[in-house]
Design a protein around this ligand. Structure first.
Ligand code: AMP
Length: 199
């Protein structure tokens, strides 16, 4: 199973990605997570992207495309993957199409989580509180001012991907405002309808 998860920051992509990974035995590929690890370990890539990420802006396409290509080629991804946070722009979606067709692979579905923008700040504030409660460090970009920037980026650069994937006939739109379990069940149902078991 090869999936893309689309949705603005705070839409619940991370939570749903975890559940899909467990259900389909596929690997999670989150460019945000991979980049945060690079920043944390202070790699050359991390040093390049640290400030851009802290401002809530997008890092250059070539860097994320290379990161994803490497992960798709890893043996762990043989059974499939779920992309979370990539592609973020139509350019990246086109790069992904090229990457996949070179490997004779295709996406089974693109799952878009729809949420009202006014809920996003609330959700990210909740994520900050939960992270603190666990004693973990809060993400540098989980901050209300930066979040506004990230949502604006999403609207401008990422939202056009819905049309891109709708035209390709792979888009599944799910109401992300529902309780987590219901969102999961709706995704499952939509995937079953699209990708029958064994198919
Ligand atoms: P995320 O965890 O997906 O919200 O990503 C956190 C930050 O990482 C974003 O605000 C960007 O700075 C950077 N980032 C993650 N994925 C991408 C991507 N596909 N293209 C460009 N920048 C990205």
């Amino acid at each position: 199973m090869r999936l893309v998860l689309l949705g603005p920051p705070g839409a619940g992509k991370g939570t749903q990605a975890e559940r899909l990974v467990a259900r389909y035995n596929i690997v999670p590929l989150s460019t945000g997570d991979l980049l945060r690890v690079a920043v944390a370990v202070g790699s050359a890539l991390g040093l390049k992207v640290k400030d851009v990420m802290a401002r809530g802006e997008l890092v250059p396409d070539d860097l994320v495309v290379a990161l994803i290509a490497e992960r798709i080629d890893a043996p762990e991804a043989k059974n499939g993957f779920i992309l979370d946070g990539f592609p973020r722009t139509v350019k990246q979606a086109e790069a992904l199409d090229r990457l996949l067709s070179e490997r004779r692979l295709k996406l089974d579905a693109v799952v878009e989580l729809k949420v009202d923008e006014h809920m996003l700040i609330e959700r990210v504030e909740k994520r900050i509180a939960e992270t603190r409660a666990k004693g973990h460090a809060v993400r540098a970009d989980d901050d209300p001012a930066v979040l506004k920037q990230r949502v604006a980026n999403y609207r401008k650069q990422t939202a056009p991907l819905s049309d891109y994937y709708r035209r390709k006939g792979v888009l599944l739109v799910i109401d992300g405002m529902q309780p987590v379990d219901k969102v999961e069940a709706d995704i499952e149902q939509a995937l079953q309808a699209r990708v029958p078991a064994g198919g």
